[in-house]
Design a binder for this molecule. Sequence first.
Ligand code: ATP
Length: 257
Amino acid sequence: MTIVLSVNQLQKVYEGKVPYQALKDINFKLKKGEFVAIMGPSGSGKSTLLQVISTIDSPTGGSVLIDGKNPHQMVKEELASFRRRELGFIFQDFNLIHTLTVEENIMLPLSLEGVPANEITKRTREVARYLGIEALLPKRTFEISGGQAQRVAIARAVAHQPSLILADEPTGNLDSKATKDVMNLLKTLNKEMDSTILMVTHDAYVASMCHRVLFIKDGRIYQEIVAGDHESEFYQRILDMLTFLGGDHGDVNANRL
Ligand SMILES: Nc1ncnc2c1ncn2[C@@H]1O[C@H](COP(=O)(O)OP(=O)(O)OP(=O)(O)O)[C@@H](O)[C@H]1O
């Protein structure tokens, strides 16, 4: 079995007047095709962890291996190319470029990576068809809804077939209908394309659509819960753990399933 992501004794200290250790000895692995959520109280280190894995920030101890390679040891140009090829990013606020059309947004990472123009058009059309957003391609980003924008962001994140998709609160700005649509899309991608996805979420319903949930508390992995046969039972176990951990978890809606 292929290990796509290996996080080993990861530590992160934010320097400052008073140094703060946001991550203390984090260890976990993701196998190819796994869909894993990270949850935990506000300030527990979730964003820091995602930022270090995505190489936006660097660790102060330990290592991150993506497909067996350590991006934090790469020089600048090598790292930029590694990120464009191996990683796909999905953000809470979609991060689309407003001066470009939907189609140009999806094309951008492919053209940055030097993929030939005819191949870019072909792949963009294919991924748009697959994700059901073909009709949106000529539109500007302000002409589409939040749910549609997140579909476009997902298309952009997967068009180059990255090894690992990192999603930071992908449904944080969506209503419950759009949340359901986006999660069904991610689930389909995960199942049909064997995509490996690591996602931070505050939403127990969203997490219950994953294979596993890692709970972080005070910069450490506190607990792991693995899905069983029934999504509703998994959802309840996630809610119980969130209640046990306490703190601010955002919108926990017990009536969602
Ligand atoms: N740039 C920084 N400098 C200093 N401390 C930081 C910095 N970024 C985050 N922290 C601290 O590190 C801890 C972890 O923050 P992080 O943003 O990773 O938490 P989180 O679990 O993502 O929280 P939330 O759910 O509220 O987004 C917090 O105590 C935070 O104040």
